[in-house]
Design a protein around this ligand. Structure first.
Ligand code: SF4
Ligand code: SF4
Length: 133
């Protein structure tokens, strides 16, 4: 299975590398979908991990032990149906084509390809979308 995580850190507090732990210690297949590193040594990355669920869970506990803050990404975009008027602006800005509007004009998010960039949130003029990670 595939699981996605938002991982935040400060270089001064971590004791190892996330890819090293996932690949070398747990034989998992990580894919870093997005990474931001600030000038002060702090950073954020969105990581997709493929493997057995129990192995992924143990691996992420290990990642926490070495100083990272790990937040699972599941249903991480909230949409307020009362505000959304199905304009499609969020659909057109998504860099990974992860949002669509179905035949009933409902906005659907494909979480497996979403990289939590926030572009859809910024594009929504009525503030119907919110990133919750
Ligand atoms: S941009 Fe906002 S109002 Fe338009 S479809 Fe997306 S969520 Fe709905
Ligand atoms: S957060 Fe980014 S990748 Fe995810 S659905 Fe919105 S625009 Fe697409």
């Amino acid at each position: 299975m595939e699981k996605k995580f938002k991982i935040t850190y400060n270089e001064s507090n971590v004791l190892g590398s996330v890819p090293y732990v996932l690949v070398k210690e747990f034989d998992l297949t990580p894919n870093i979908l997005k990474a931001n590193i600030a000038g002060d040594g702090s950073g954020t990355m969105i990581v997709s991990v493929v493997g057995k669920e129990d192995v992924i869970d143990r691996a992420m506990e290990r990642v926490k032990e070495i100083g990272y803050v790990v937040c699972p990404m599941e249903n991480h975009i909230h949409k307020d149906d009362k505000k959304c008027w199905s304009c499609g602006a969020c659909v057109s800005v998504c860099p990974t084509n992860s949002i669509s509007v179905d035949d009933d004009f409902h906005v659907i998010v494909n979480y497996s390809s979403c990289v939590a960039c926030g572009s859809c949130v910024d594009a929504c003029s009525v503030k119907a979308l919110k990133l919750v990670i």
